[in-house]
Design a protein around this ligand. Structure first.
Ligand code: C2E
Ligand code: CA
Ligand code: CA
Length: 784
């Protein structure tokens, strides 16, 4: 070390050493800045500037070295061997060229280290070639220890300098050039110290030796050239920086337009943020700049997120909250630099919406109870548990009786309030572990975890719901029907268990409501039979297995035929004759009554055209037919097709048809009456027997139900009712038909009461069309 130091202090001209240092620094700066410019440029100019950078680097090394040699004062005459001197310059440029080419644009550390070592080797070669070209009038010997030291000490410095020159951190990158200068200095001074000279007056410089006086101006010109290049490099650097500032500003302006929060980062340090981000994080833009990204988004490493991929993270809000965000990353070139743009999307609203959606998907909006979806999942879980441990639980299905009429009469708002209150009352009856759900409409379900409590719970619910509800000043009375199925006894599979509870509910409802029923095997069998019948009925419609029978209606006094009632029959291929009471309600339930009714109407009207003109045909209508707003057109069509005069057609309806959707029925009946069709009120006396219906609707006839006729003349109440109806009809200008007349006493009674028409087994049972035809033609002949 001592040798190196004394060599530096005593054997060198300090002034020239300073110049060497300056030239080295300026040259390194020129090479780096121009190399950087080359890396930014494209096409041919990139190659040109890269060449210039390599040349500058080579010249820097050479000039520094030569000035270093010129500064060296060996204390004897010295000169330079021209060939070796030129070779040193050439090799340096080639070596440095290869080294720079290896490093340019590469961030890979190994690559850059290799380039640093290559650079080091080239400069070491330059140094020792140049030193060999240094001629003196004396003996030259080498201290190999110092040569070794010069190589071992400088090579790692070259390598490190090149590695950090490509580092992402700018502060570290800035150290690269000084480190290079130090490496050159270490190499030079250790190398010079290794040179041991001993003056010998006998030795003369060769002829060809170039004197330092000749070399000095060459070196000076090269140095001046480097200074010039350094200025060019400086200009490039300034222009690049200005461009970068402009780019950054533009980026920032663009970023401020974005709705999403944006962070512009370099090396995971925030350079700028947009206003959306400031709003999102509650942080001023200037407070965010300079902070590491992880300070705001803990655990987020931009480099670990691939471009185009998204990642969930949380953002630290200035007020300490943690905001759920989704992050996207993109690298963009800003000026000369690569910057990372991190887009931060607020997820709070989305997560809130998701949880709202979840609530909507799983809970009933109106009552807050579990909905069908969630209930099914819970039921599934219960079934699994029971399968495992055998512990029985009960499924209760509940339906309000006559809820529809509450809705129809008091409106949907009241209906909704009623459902909410019903839900509360049901919840008050169940245990903590039990589950209450609203499956839709007025349908509720309860899972009673302990099947032993099923009856008690059902009873409590039924009792509590029977207590009147006071809603908006109206007192509402409702009752409920409940069906119970117990798992595993009645099935341990959700669908089966629900079906069984449903059958029990159906039974409870058909038993008159206001009660609960347990599932029984027979219910399932009945349901199966019903399903079979339903299938048969649909098939029967397609195959026309129906027939119409006719029951004559006569004048009670003269016995003359006035009309006939059409009564449908189903000739089932296996079951035989099926009575209308057994399939009309089913046809109504499964929605085929419209087609069946129209078929009966058409058949009966067609048949009546074969009868004498004064004989009318009465056809029964289902209440459902009167809800079809198209019904008038259907009847008109049938009359046109069959050619039957409207005045010969009589349509029989029961009061139940007027109870629901009375408005449509009202309109249709008036339209039909306007066409000249007669309208009969069937089964009068069995329903509400509402006088207002008789007045509002255009009835032309009342048919007294056979249940009264059967009791006359013995039963005084029945007699009174028949008398009341007869006098009422007379006052309302309607005719009266008495049905179900089986005895002569009954007939005589009706004659005495002044009824206009009788119908019953006494006259004839309902008969096939051939029979009715012969009856009417016989009668016709008799009349004739
Ligand atoms: P309804 O309209 O009251 O018809 C009279 C029922 O009483 C008929 O039964 C008839 O056979 C029966 N009947 C007639 N005279 C007597 C009698 O002296 N004694 C007794 N015990 N019964 C008598 P049916 O044919 O079984 O019809 C039953 C019900 O089916 C009918 O009652 C009617 O409501 C309905 N119905 C029949 N055909 C049709 C149809 O084409 N369309 C619709 N919608 N309903 C129909
Ligand atoms: Ca009838
Ligand atoms: Ca009747």
């Amino acid at each position: 070390m001592q040798d190196v130091y004394s060599c530096l202090r005593e054997a060198h001209d300090q002034y020239l050493l300073a110049i060497a240092a300056i030239v080295c620094i300026v040259g390194v700066y020129a090479s780096f800045s121009i190399a950087r410019h080359a890396s930014r440029a494209e096409g041919p100019s990139r190659r040109t500037w890269a060449g210039v950078a390599i040349l500058a680097a080579g010249c820097t090394a050479w000039a520094t070295h030569m000035i270093g040699l010129l500064a060296f004062q060996p204390g004897m005459l010295s000169g330079f061997e021209p060939l070796l001197t030129a070779a040193s310059l050439l090799f340096t440029i080639i070596g440095i060229g290869i080294a720079v080419a290896t490093a340019i644009g590469r961030r890979n550390r190994l690559c850059r280290m290799a380039s640093g070592l290559l650079l080091g080797c080239s400069i070491i070669l330059l140094h020792y070639l140049g030193q060999s070209a240094f001629l003196v009038t004396g003996h030259v010997s080498w201290n190999t220890r110092l040569i070794g030291l010069s190589i071992v000490a400088s090579l790692p410095l070259f390598a490190v300098a090149m590695v950090i020159a490509g580092d992402k951190r700018r502060a570290l990158r800035r150290l690269a050039a000084p480190l290079l200068v130090i490496a050159v200095a270490v190499l030079h001074f250790a190398g010079m110290a290794a040179l041991q000279l001993e003056y010998d007056p006998r030795i003369e410089l060769p002829e060809s030796a170039i004197s330092p006086d000749v070399i000095a101006p060459i070196v000076a010109s090269v140095s001046a050239g480097l200074v010039l290049l350094a200025f060019v490099g400086l200009r490039f650097a300034l222009a690049a920086r200005a461009q970068q500032r402009r780019d950054q500003l533009r980026l920032k302006q663009l970023a401020d337009l974005a709705v999403e929060g944006l962070l512009i980062c370099e090396d995971d340090i925030i350079q700028a943020t947009n206003s959306s981000f400031s709003n999102l994080a509650g942080l001023r833009q200037e407070d965010a700049a300079g902070r590491p990204v992880t300070a705001l988004i803990p655990g987020f490493m931009a480099s670990e997120l691939d471009e185009g991929e998204e990642q969930d993270a949380s953002l630290n809000h200035a007020d300490g909250r943690s905001i759920p965000v989704r992050i996207l990353r993109k690298t963009v070139a800003v000026g000369t630099r690569q910057q990372t743009i991190i887009a931060v999307r607020d997820q709070s609203e989305r997560l809130r919406t998701e949880s709202r959606m979840h609530a909507l998907a799983y809970f009933d909006d109106l009552t807050g109870l579990s909905n069908r979806q969630r209930f099914n999942e819970i039921l599934q879980g219960c079934c699994h548990a029971t399968e495992r441990d055998g512990h029985p639980f009960a499924l209760l299905l509940l339906d309000l009786d006559r809820f529809k009429s509450v809705n129809d009469t008091l409106g949907h708002v009241t209906g909704d309030q009623l459902l909410t209150r019903v839900a509360k009352r049901i919840c008050a009856c169940v245990g903590e572990a039990d589950v209450v759900a609203r499956l839709g409409g007025d349908e509720f379900a309860v899972i009673v975890r302990d099947a032993e409590h099923a009856d008690r719970t059902a009873g409590m619910i039924a009792d509590l719901l029977e207590r009147p509800f006071l809603i908006d000043g109206s007192v509402i009375d409702v009752t409920s029907s409940i069906g119970i199925a117990v798992a595993p006894r009645d099935g341990c599979e959700p669908t089966l268990l629900s079906r069984h509870a449903d059958l029990a509910l159906y039974a409870a409802k058909h038993g008159g409501g206001a009660s609960f029923r347990h599932f029984e095997k027979e219910m399932s069998e009945r349901a199966q039979a019903r399903r079979a019948l339903e299938l048969d009925l649909r098939r029967a419609l397609a195959r026309e297995e129906f027939d119409v029978h006719y029951q004559p209606q006569v004048d009670p006094g003269s016995g003359a035929y006035q009309g006939a009632e059409a009564l449908v029959r189903w000739q089932h291929p296996i079951r035989g004759m099926v009575a209308p009471a057994d399939f009309i309600p089913l046809a109504e339930e499964i929605g085929v009554i419209g087609a069946l009714g129209e078929w009966v109407l058409r058949t009966a009207c067609l048949e009546a055209t074969a009868w004498p003109d004064h004989i009318s045909i009465a056809v029964n209508l289902s209440p459902l037919q009167l809800r079809d707003s198209n019904f008038t057109a259907i009847v008109a069509n049938v009359l046109r097709e069959t050619g039957l005069s409207a005045s010969r057609l009589e349509l029989e309806i029961t009061e139940s048809a007027l109870l629901q959707d009375g408005e449509t029925a009202y309109r249709i009946l008036h339209e039909l009456r306007a066409m000249g069709i007669h309208i009969s009120m069937d089964d009068f006396g069995t329903g509400y027997s509402s006088l207002s219906y008789l007045r509002r609707f255009p009835f032309t006839k009342i048919k007294i139900d056979q249940s009264f006729v059967r009791q006359v003349p013995e039963d005084r109440d029945a007699v009174a009712i028949v008398q009341a109806i007869t006098s009422l009809a007379a006052k309302l200008n309607m005719t009266v038909t008495v049905e179900g007349v089986e005895t002569t006493e009954q007939r005589d009674f009706t004659i005495a009461e002044g009824c206009n028409q009788i119908q019953g087994y006494l006259i004839s049972r309902p008969v096939e069309r051939s029979v009715i035809r012969s009856l009417f033609s016989v009668a016709d002949k008799a009349v004739a």
